[in-house]
Design a protein around this ligand. Structure first.
Ligand SMILES: [Zn+2]
Length: 439
């Protein structure tokens, strides 16, 4: 059985008894299992009882923040940033980032994630881990205006140097933090650099309704309108969260003409008790794809994109008061094709179709919690779990086989990261990398 993304009517297609032929990292063909019986192959994976899906894509995260999982619990957004996260991040070293990225990649590969969009500091270390472990990534070096023009220049230098890295598995973006930490002049300069160098932009914006309200009260504009007037919406831009997108933003986003995508990570919104979620249905009407994400593990507690898929489907039903939105098939469409579009990889990944990169996960459906299968989409979204992923393949290379990671060692990673935690978590110095002052 396999799932193939299709772009018509938000639908996905399924096929029984399928075989996927992979050659040189690409899907060469998708055919009937009976057709490949005598085909010579360097390797054959028997996946009877399993479903093959395009690998999941984590469209917005801060992978190394797994080191901070659970250090700032049950706090409002401002206290989370100002009292814990930003003081701790003033201690951050490239080695912390490197070991954190290893743990994060292990978690993601185990959960069927084959690509992640990362937005953090010391990103050379993340790029090195991506190269080493075989996953795919869309990377951006984050910056604040408080760093001066050097922040933006370093983000550009990183994006140019790593673009096409790791045998083409790394793509890059310019990564201003957010409109409330990067001023208009800096955003406008970023948009100019994006155009000049053909780079996309990845940033947080309209994260919650308070940020939108603060923007309107202080400057008379919403964060989305700030992105328009600074030229950011004229670039290929990936916006994290957008739970503060309001009615007047929708025509603005529609005018951007398909260059905008949004990443939704609903667990964190629930945890911070934000009053709204990403308005996926309204964004769809405005022609904006919405990819699935986890955000960092310091707010989300996991990098489980499978859970984001289930939560997105549930939260959307609740927010819209409509059990017919979003359906399991729509949730799968977001998890596959729309997520690929969000990270600029449409036509490259996100579908098990000939000519796409062979980023494939095999999901065991034989467990008691997934049987019987009356509706495959519902089984995948609402019954299966990340731990049902048995095999994870990126670019035709097996990174996890029968739940065993082949390119990363979790025990040594946890040990090395653990040695670094006392220095990383020290807040006795009273410094912080930034202050939260929404808009
Ligand atoms: Zn984020």
């Amino acid at each position: 059985m396999h799932v193939e993304g299709r772009d018509d009517h938000d639908q996905v297609a399924f096929r029984d008894d399928a075989a996927i032929v992979v050659r040189d990292g690409l899907i060469e063909s998708v055919t009937a299992a009976a057709d490949v019986v005598g085909l010579p192959a360097a390797e054959r994976i028997d996946a009877r009882g399993q479903a093959a899906l395009p690998g999941l894509i984590n469209c917005h995260t801060h992978a190394p923040m797994v080191a901070l999982r659970g250090i700032a619990e049950d706090l409002p957004t401002e206290a989370w940033f100002d009292d814990v996260i930003w003081p701790v991040e003033s201690n951050l070293t490239a080695r912390d980032v490197e070991w954190g990225a290893r743990l994060a990649c292990a978690e993601m590969i185990r959960g069927g994630v084959t690509c992640f969009a990362d937005h953090y500091f010391a990103m050379d270390a993340v790029a090195a881990v991506v190269e080493e472990c075989g996953i795919r990534a869309h990377l951006g070096q984050a910056f604040f205006s408080s760093q001066g023009p050097e922040g933006r220049e370093r983000s550009l230098e990183f994006a140019l140097r790593h673009r096409g890295g790791a045998g083409g598995r790394i793509t890059t973006a310019l990564a201003p933090h957010a409109p409330y930490t990067v001023d208009d002049a800096d955003l406008a300069a970023t948009a100019e650099l994006a155009r000049e160098h053909g780079l996309p932009v990845h940033l947080h914006a309209a994260e919650n309704r308070d940020q939108t309200a603060a923007g309107l009260a202080r400057h008379g504009v919403t964060p989305i309108e700030v992105l328009e007037r600074t030229g950011i919406l004229g670039t290929d831009v990936l916006i994290a969260h957008g739970t503060g997108v309001v009615e007047r933003d929708l025509p603005v986003l529609e005018r951007a003409g398909g260059r905008v995508a949004v990443a939704s990570a609903p667990r964190g919104y629930l945890k911070f008790a934000w009053p709204t979620t990403t308005p996926v249905r309204a964004l769809r009407a405005a022609g904006v794809p919405v990819g699935l994400a986890t955000d960092g593990a310091a707010s989300n507690n996991s990098l489980d994109v499978w859970e984001s898929m289930a939560l997105t489907a549930l939260v959307q039903k609740s927010a819209e008061g409509d059990p017919r939105w979003m359906t399991s098939r729509q949730a799968l469409h977001h998890a596959t094709l729309q997520s690929a579009r969000a990270v600029g990889l449409d036509g490259v990944v996100g579908s098990l179709a000939a000519g796409h990169r062979a980023d494939i996960v095999l999901v065991d459906l034989t467990g008691p919690h997934t049987q019987p299968v009356h509706d495959l989409a519902a089984t995948l979204v609402h019954s299966a779990r990340a731990s049902d992923v048995r095999t994870t393949i990126v670019d035709g290379r097996v990174l996890m086989r029968d739940r065993e990671l082949l390119t990363l060692d979790v025990a040594s990673t946890v040990r090395e990261l653990g040695k670094r935690l006392p220095a990383l978590l020290d807040r006795g110095h009273g410094r912080r990398v930034q202050r939260y002052d929404a808009e």
